[in-house]
Design a binder for this molecule. Structure first.
Ligand code: GLN
Length: 483
């Protein structure tokens, strides 16, 4: 029985009926890891023994006290801290750093009787779109190992897609949960900014970062949100707003709801949008219309600047957030230096990879005196305009629908040496972070010359996370009846 490939809610049903135990699930997932990890490289660290021990301990929890994630092995992106274990962020510079505390999402996961299975691979400090910029080597796409799984939550996506985890935590600053979800045929959800605590998420770009989920289906994402979401006094950006319960998101008549969906014309005019992706997308739009959803063309005129604005804001914030890795407080320190300055310089030169250095340089430049106004402040003003575009669009539509990515997954190595081409993979995802709104990627099927996955993205106004789940669940059941 392939337990590792079943959604959380099905496993829980079987746990309730005592057909299986948490240890059965953990063992099955560990077998999948054993069989595929050499190819996929989805994990930086697997907590096999700890996970087994925890699964056995959980058997003592009385049935009526079981939490929402009881017995479910969940993988954690290695930029989220788990007490007593290393956190590397996929970087050399953190080698040897052990987390002294748990992220709030980990605390809640444990309170709900979930099992932390291990730490997943990622682009260094979550900077990247392909999963190739990790100190620990690239992750590969389970659907075809010659192709990338998308990034930066590459390992989380590959693990869920391959049965190396039942669900996974990721982080999404400009699409890092949604893009790999689209590339691996999994669901990727990023909540409204502030609805999921970031306490214990290593900061990349603080005005954009959100923790998100990679799951087998939309119901699982809603379940994780109920379990892990809600206010956290330890995170100053956390909203005082509980996450909706699954029963509130899916009340008895939810499927009858017919939303008005906005289709941004600018997105479909994007240069570099694969013609086959466009075709699949348009076919889905026609089907949605036939099913009673209203479609409306909308305009997001400033979206053509979204990638530029994102790469200014994100690099500026990153250059400041990454200043703390100086060889004194965390992890790695270079050897053979004459004085403090040289120690800093050597540590940072040897500790960071090329993409992270590129970002620090770009961000430092954008913030430097004389250029601050011209680059950083101007980017902030355009960000405001992008937010306004969305506000205006949401006056006439309930949701916005787009392809998640402009292309099918690239081949390993294809974009690695061309940072601009890499940045353009984020063209449809970065706006949701700039605007702080909830967004999800749902599998659309397979296509292209190599039959690889692609996804559809739905975005809603801030705080309407429940609406995102509703349309996404409706859509996944339409595409895959029986889910
Ligand atoms: N690909 C984008 C970047 O490289 C987004 C990364 C992310 O969301 N963490 O910055």
């Amino acid at each position: 029985m392939d337990l590792a490939k079943q959604p959380i809610h099905d496993l829980q049903e079987r746990l309730r009926r005592n057909e299986i135990s948490p240890l059965d699930i953990v063992n099955d997932v560990l077998e999948h890891i054993e069989a595929q990890e050499e190819t996929l490289n989805a994990y930086i660290d697997v907590f096999a023994e700890e996970a087994r021990r925890r699964a056995v301990e959980l058997e003592d929890v009385p049935p009526d006290e079981r939490g929402l994630l009881f017995g479910i092995p969940i993988a954690v992106k290695d930029n989220i801290v788990v007490k007593g274990f290393d956190t590397t962020c996929g970087s050399r510079i953190l080698l040897g750093f052990k987390s002294p505390y748990n992220a709030t999402v980990i605390e809640r996961l444990l309170q709900h009787h979930g099992i932390v299975l291990g730490k997943t691979n990622l682009d260094e400090f979550a900077m990247g779109s392909s999963g190739e910029y990790s100190f620990f080597g690239p992750t590969r796409n389970p659907h075809n190992p010659d192709f990338v799984p998308g990034g930066s939550s590459s390992g989380s996506a590959a693990a869920v897609a391959s049965g190396e985890a039942v669900a996974a935590l990721g982080s999404d600053t400009g699409g890092s949960v949604r893009l790999p979800a689209a590339y691996t045929h999994t669901v990727g959800f990023k909540p409204t900014y502030g609805r999921l605590s970031r306490y214990g998420l290593v900061a990349f770009a603080s005005s954009l970062d959100q923790i998100g989920f990679l799951t087998r289906d939309v119901l699982d994402a809603a379940l994780l949100f109920e379990a892990l979401g809600g206010h956290d006094p330890l995170d100053s950006t956390s909203l005082n707003l509980p996450a909706p319960r699954v029963t509130e998101v899916f009340p008895p008549d939810w499927e009858r709801q017919r939303f008005t969906l906005g289709v941004p014309v600018e997105y479909l005019e994007t240069e570099g949008l694969d013609p086959e992706i466009r075709l699949h997308f348009q076919r889905y739009l026609e089907q949605l219309e036939r099913e009673g959803f209203r479609l409306r063309e909308i305009h997001l005129p400033h979206s053509r600047y979204a990638v530029q604005v994102y790469y200014l804001v994100a690099t500026a914030e990153a250059s400041s957030n990454l200043a703390r890795y100086d060889g004194v407080r965390y992890g790695f320190r270079a050897e053979g230096y004459a004085d403090l300055d040289e120690m800093y310089r050597k540590t940072r030169s040897e500790g960071f990879g090329p993409e992270v250095k590129r970002r620090i340089l770009l961000g430092t430049f954008a913030l430097s005196s004389g250029y601050h106004e011209e680059y950083y402040n101007r980017a902030l003003r355009v960000r405001r305009l992008i937010q306004k575009d969305f506000q205006q669009a949401f006056e006439t539509v309930d949701l916005i629908v787009t392809p998640t990515a402009p292309t099918f997954p690239p081949r390993l190595g294809e974009k690695r040496r061309d940072p601009l081409a890499m940045y353009l993979l984020d063209i449809f995802t970065v706006s949701a972070n700039l605007a702080g709104i909830p967004a999800i990627s749902v599998p659309g099927g397979f296509g292209g010359p190599h039959r690889l996955p692609f996804g559809l993205q739905f975005m809603a106004p801030a705080f309407e996370d429940a609406r995102v789940f509703q349309i996404a669940r409706w859509f996944e059941r339409f595409v895959y009846p029986g889910r």
